[in-house]
Design a protein around this ligand. Structure first.
Ligand code: BG6
Length: 469
């Protein structure tokens, strides 16, 4: 166990949101359609037609009109930062517009001003599963190099506009998930005859170049800014001590670490070259791509951590568990949430150590939390002890990792206020410290109500992570 408090002064405690899951107002004030606006059943389904004619994210929790009330509540909990995203389609409704949309820019000016009024540092993701739909329809998404220019133009506008207000930026949310969710992550659709892997890795390459270009821009526009990449990361355990299980685990881990290897170290690792060769993947590079990537690596690593995974070489291992992106092998030693996501705080410590051993770069945990069904009792209270328990365990593991020597600069729990689930589109899957009166059928007053965890997290922040009881 670690003695004393390990969190440094200025540790960034807070919560994390994405525009498409909280704002609503999906076509208000000039906003265009994004990929998230046409996925009612959430990103797992990648279904374009609504099963029940409802799109929960179109109204979401109406953060667009209620951000003042919500930010006031975040301030009451003592938030030091709020991770949020800018909806690209509020700024460039079609992605390829000549001029930005002033009303969209003004909205984020107002939100940032409101945060700064309470000394809450905005941590801003440029693209959180909400690219303009027009860039998919007209250009085929990220497989097209033209997207690099559109993204760069968008980033330049927001870096210049908000340079006095925003210091912390993130480029693409969970960039590695494009491997599994090609539409929401990259706006990619396929034809039967396509070499799918080649298209996916070409799109990833285009995003790497875009990442490098905007990293460069960000530093030029504000030399004090810090810009990070963001991956969905959870360590991989071998199912047994069979050597081939460990080999599987290594390869599975590399599928994700490939992203940080390029974005943090600045070059394509040797193992991916073998993979490309054996899978007939030929990436089209332009002359300066590799030097750009090399010279413009990120300042910090943003991660979402929800679960660890298991790898096995044994075909008999078939029992599965759910995850936010895909199904995975069940780990018999772990409990799971109501949505079947396996809960593993030790895995957080393990993951942080793995990343820090490999890169020695600051890490920012920009997502972690428990999606659960909450009920209001007769006294009007929501006693979410299960959520408190989950967060307590994970923050304790984070403490251990910091004691191990890992440089973690902040922790933002996912969905500090209830929002629409990204994977399923549900509202009953709640992460918040603040309850929002809205159900899956769109009924409810949108009234906000503090849960028991609200008061608990307030104490955690007040004590800079020392008091977790
Ligand atoms: C992450 C996403 O994968 O998981 C978030 O970055 C998402 O957008 C979060 O909301 C939790 O997943 P879900 O499906 O429970 O909302």
């Amino acid at each position: 166990m670690c003695a004393g408090n390990v969190f440094k002064e200025g540790f960034l405690w807070g919560g994390a949101l994405s525009a498409n899951q909280c704002e609503g107002a999906y076509l208000k004030d000039g906003k265009g359609l994004s990929v998230a606006d046409v996925l009612p059943g959430g990103m797992i389904s990648e279904v374009i037609n609504p099963p029940n004619g409802k799109f929960p994210s179109h109204e979401a929790i109406d953060f667009y009109h209620r951000y003042k009330e919500d930010i006031k509540l975040f301030a009451e909990m003592g938030f030091k930062c709020l991770r949020m995203s800018i909806a690209w389609t509020r700024i460039f409704p079609n992605g390829d517009d000549e001029f930005p949309n002033e009303e969209g820019l003004r909205f984020y000016d107002d939100v940032f001003n409101e945060l700064l009024k309470y000394n809450i540092e905005p941590v801003v993701t440029l693209s959180h599963y909400e690219m303009p739909l027009n860039l998919v329809d007209k250009y085929g998404g990220w497989k097209n190099r033209k997207l690099i220019g559109f993204f760069e133009k968008y980033a330049k506008v927001v870096f210049e506009r908000y340079k006095e207000k925003v210091k912390y930026w993130l480029t693409f949310n969970e960039m590695n998930t494009i491997l599994h969710m090609t539409f929401i992550g990259g706006g990619i659709t396929f034809k039967d005859e396509d070499n799918r892997r080649e298209i996916i890795y070409q799109s990833i390459h285009n995003q790497f170049v875009a990442n490098a270009k905007v990293t460069k821009l960000c530093h030029e526009i504000n030399k004090d800014s810090l810009i990070g990449c963001m991956i969905n990361y959870g360590c991989i355990y071998p199912m047994a001590c069979r050597p081939l299980d460990s080999m599987e685990a290594l390869e599975m881990d590399r599928k994700t670490l490939f992203f940080t290897d390029v974005l943090v170290r600045g070059y394509y690792p040797s193992y991916i070259k073998r993979f490309f060769k054996e899978n007939n993947i030929n990436i089209k590079l332009e002359e300066d791509d590799l030097s750009l990537i090399k010279e413009n690596t990120v300042d910090y690593i943003g991660i979402s951590y929800y679960m660890s995974r298991v790898a096995s070489s044994n075909k008999e291992d078939k029992e599965m568990a759910n995850g936010n992106i895909f199904k995975m092998l069940k780990n018999p030693y772990l409990e799971a949430s109501e949505w079947g996501w396996q809960i593993d705080p030790v895995g957080l410590r393990y993951s942080l150590n793995t990343l820090y051993d490999r890169y020695q770069k600051p890490i920012f945990i920009v997502e972690n939390g428990l999606g659960a069904i909450d009920t209001i009792n007769e006294e009007g209270e929501i006693n979410d002890d299960y959520r408190i328990g989950y967060l307590r365990e994970h923050i304790s593991a984070l403490k251990e990792a910091i004691s191990d020597g890992v440089d973690v600069i902040g922790y933002t729990s996912w969905g500090p206020i209830d929002i629409v689930s990204a994977s399923t589109g549900e509202l009953k899957k709640r992460y918040g410290f603040i309850y929002v009166d809205k159900d899956d059928d769109g009924n409810g007053t949108l009234e906000r109500r503090k849960k028991k965890s609200f008061y608990w997290y307030k104490k955690v922040i007040e004590s800079n992570g020392e008091i977790l009881i």
